[in-house]
Design a protein around this ligand. Structure first.
Ligand code: CMC
Length: 427
């Protein structure tokens, strides 16, 4: 007989079926809870709530494991390319040579942006945050490319590639236009990552010289960000998508969710924090003391994670990357020393030890991006480009499920009980 969980509510016993995942994690299915008992569950922040079953990404937060479609992220970082990893996430398997070549060609072919869209860029205020611009522009794609909404599987796949292709152009374009520089489109002979760097930094007077190690670092950066199961932005994509809105709107919602400093915006917040420490000459022990003080809203940015209760496997790779990328670019960044010292002090402090707070992916990633010449306000955009394959594959998994239900949580109402309306002259 399959496993059940028994619950006694007001003296009556109810049974709920247990769902078991392929890695042994268990959930009890409360779909019928309210109907049978009149109760709902309360779980602010959803720390104990499964919103779906998923075959895309596996995380074990206690052991520090992250796998895409079963493959450890460390192996993908060492052997794969971002385009191949995107294919893996979206299609559920690694591509063969022909499929990979076709995907890469398609990504370059689809990279142009409707000329009229460029006018939008010109009209954003110069100080507009690139995440706000990206979210708006991705949403606007729906108006410019309505034909991308094909409903046959081939058309949908084409849409995924077009999104992956255009997000790269849009990100580089927002940077170039903010600098008053002409837009650079991709070259057919460059890889996805090489093209992005070239689109960002090429100048007619100083052609951008590609360094294979830096291209590889960007490749790894994007692989590490490619998916992370039901995080805040992915949950946003699934929730918004569950109302059957078009894919662009769902991805645009994901970008908006990612922007927050507790989520993807932490990579920008970390550099701002390290810069403040550097400029003020603050004592590292004092900074850690502030982060522990419950009366001080300050937190150590780039530390802690809802799922990881040990070192984030992505942070481990990112930290190592600092040791290769910075010397290669002949960059000596004082912020790296501050970050290392902060980590050292925090990881020997009982507060951080007891609460299992370790560096997350954002702690060292900004130092790598900074060394590459990416401006701080573009950091979360870099995260968004990396996360796009994850958002697409999670949206696709929902859309392919014939029982995809609209997301609609319940609440426990705590407001006024029934109260009569009082006319304005009697108040
Ligand atoms: N500095 C100081 N204290 C912290 C920190 C931190 N960075 N993170 C958590 N805590 C404390 C928190 O005050 C709480 O203490 P207590 O139990 O005494 O109230 C305890 O640790 C648990 O924290 P929580 O806020 O309940 O945990 P959460 O799972 O709701 O939040 C988090 C996770 C990532 C939002 C949080 O750790 C945080 O704010 N970190 C800093 C922001 C950051 O680096 N975000 C990037 C996350 S990784 C990228 C991604 O989003 O995928």
């Amino acid at each position: 007989m399959s496993e059940v969980v028994k619950m006694i509510i007001e003296g009556k016993t109810y049974e709920f079926p247990v769902i078991e995942g392929s890695e042994g994690e268990k959930a009890f299915d409360i779909t019928k809870l309210r109907q049978q008992t009149g109760y709902i569950t309360m779980d602010p922040g959803f720390g104990n709530t499964g919103s779906c079953t998923s075959a895309i990404t596996f995380m074990d937060g206690e052991k520090g494991i992250l796998r895409y479609r079963g493959i450890p992220v460390e192996q993908l970082a060492e052997h794969s390319s971002f385009v191949e990893t995107a294919y893996l996430l979206i299609n559920g398997r690694l591509p063969n040579k022909q499929e990979l070549t076709r995907t890469s060609v398609q990504l370059n072919d689809d990279s142009l942006i409707h000329e009229d869209m460029q006018i939008f860029y010109q009209n954003f205020p110069r100080r507009a945050h690139p995440m706000g611009i990206l979210s708006a522009m991705i949403n606007a794609l729906r108006s410019f490319y309505p034909e991308l909404e094909d409903t046959d599987p081939e058309g949908i796949n084409r849409t995924f590639l077009r999104l992956l292709s255009k997000i790269r152009t849009m990100a580089a374009m927002s940077y170039r236009i903010s600098r008053g520089h002409k837009v650079v489109y991709p070259r057919a002979d460059y890889s996805y990552c090489a093209n992005f760097l070239n689109m960002m930094f090429h100048s007619p007077v100083r052609p951008y010289e590609l360094d294979p190690d830096i291209v590889e670092a960007l490749n790894v950066f994007w692989i590490l960000h490619a998916d992370h199961e039901q995080n805040c932005s992915t949950a946003a994509v699934r929730v918004v998508g569950s109302g059957r809105v078009n894919l662009y709107a769902a991805i645009s919602a994901g970008i908006a969710a990612l922007w927050g400093p507790l989520h993807g915006g932490a990579n920008q917040a970390v550099i701002e924090m390290l810069t403040n420490i550097h400029k003020s000459g603050a004592d590292i022990e004092d900074v850690v003391r502030r982060a522990k003080d419950k009366d001080d809203p300050f937190r150590l940015m780039g530390f802690g994670h809802r799922v990881y209760k040990t070192y984030d496997p992505r942070a481990r790779i990112m930290k190592k990357m600092c040791d290769t990328v910075l010397p290669k670019l002949k960059v000596e960044d004082p912020l790296l020393d501050i970050a290392r010292r902060l980590e050292e002090v925090a990881l020997t402090d009982p507060y951080f030890i007891d609460k299992n707070l370790y560096p997350n992916v954002d702690f060292y990633s900004g130092i790598v991006l900074r060394a590459m010449g990416i401006p701080t306000e573009m950091f979360t955009v870099m995260f968004a480009i990396g996360r796009l394959p994850g958002w697409i594959s999670q949206w696709k998994e929902g859309a392919d499920d014939p029982n995809w239900k609209i997301s609609r949580p319940r609440q426990v109402y705590t407001g006024n009980i029934a109260t009569d309306y009082v006319p304005i002259n009697k108040r």
